[in-house]
Structures are given as structure tokens and as C-alpha cells.
Design a protein around this ligand. Sequence first.
Ligand code: GSH
Length: 219
Amino acid sequence: MPLTLFAHPFASYCQKALIALYENSTPFTLRMLDKSDPETFAEFEALWPLKRFPLLLDDGRPIAEATIIIEHLGLHHPGPVRLIPDDPATALEVRFIDRFFDNYVQTPMQTIVSNALRAAGERDARSVEAARVMLETAYAWLEQRMTDREWAVGDRFSLADCAAAPALFYADWTLPINESFPKVRAYRNRLNARSSFARAVDEARPYRSFFPLGAPDRD
Ligand SMILES: N[C@@H](CCC(=O)N[C@@H](CS)C(=O)NCC(=O)O)C(=O)O
């Protein structure tokens, strides 16, 4: 069954879904969401009026939300790398950590980045400050969690790590993960070295000028 992904390589939630596709070498066609291609955007919007990407089209059926796309792939297009563990209790922990990265790392990071995209008079310093506090708190919580761990849950790469990789990649560009969080920094380095994510990062390289805070000269 043909799979199509509406996505942009630089977008963090798209990278999350791409990691899952690359982990299992799942064949798919990329429909690039680029402002210079309004027809693809219109097609995407007709399928998913909430206009948040990525969106997977599986034999014509739209599947939204990066986490749900990864769950869908595991259910309907499984490969050798099982990103949702078979054990229900471990799977629940994976889903919790996936929520942690989306809600408490990606969301505050997106708040700070979107604020920077606004005109000077429309910026919201209070939301940015709250987002910074949330990110710092998330780094501190994760620092404790990553003591003696290679991956976010158990001893295998999972959905939780798919969520973590782009979240920590861009969070560090937004509010640097400082030296008081060595476990988080080491985990981010491990994620960056994972071949599925390294490929997504490489494919996004040409778009670094899009980062409104100014992309640092490093991964
Ligand atoms: N909850 C969605 C969030 C997706 C999301 O925020 N995607 C960003 C790109 S990384 C987007 O659609 N941005 C376009 C916009 O905000 O208008 C998911 O998990 O897939």
C-alpha cells in the first residue's frame, strides 16, 4: 500500500515521523510542504484542516499527529525495529515519555521560536519567560531520568526517543542545555548519532537559515 508523507525536512515533528520511517526503511513518497508550492499546501489543507504537519496518507487515508503516525506504522507497516514495546507496561511508559517531550520540550521550544517570528510589537515576553522556565525544568527532570540510561525507556530505541531527538536538537538551539545537565547533553549526542535521525538532520541542513533565532554553527 503506498504511503505518502506531507512534511518539511526542517520541521521538528516531521523529523519525529521520519525517524520512524527511516528506522525500518519503510518506503514512502515525500510531499514537500513548501510555500513555493501552494497546490501541495491546498491538498494537505483539504486532508487536514488543522494544518499541522506531518500528515501521513496511507492508501488515501489521512493519519495526523506524529505520535499517531508512528503508532500507525507499527500497527500496519511493522518492520524489524519495534518502536512501541510489546509489553503493555513498558509501552505505557514509552507513551508517557513521548508526551513529556511533546508537551514540556517541544511546546515551550515552539513558543520561543514562534515568538521570534512575530513583529517586534506583537511579541509576548511573559509567555517566553514561562516557556524558558518550563524548558529548564524539563532539562532538570530529564537529567535525573537519564542517569544510567542509554535510551529514554528500557534498553531499546523507541517512540520516546523519536520524540526526544528533534525536541532536544532544537531545544538546545533555543535555550542551550548547559553543562549542569551532562546526562541530557550526552543523550542528545547519542540521538544525533543514531543513523535514522542523523539522516533527517542532514536532509534539513539546507534550511537552517529558516531558524528565526539564528542557527548555531553546529548540530
Ligand atoms: N501535535 C502535532 C504538532 C505538529 C506541529 O506543530 N507541526 C508544526 C511543524 S513542526 C507545524 O505544523 N507548524 C505549522 C504551523 O504552526 O502553522 C504533532 O504531534 O504532529
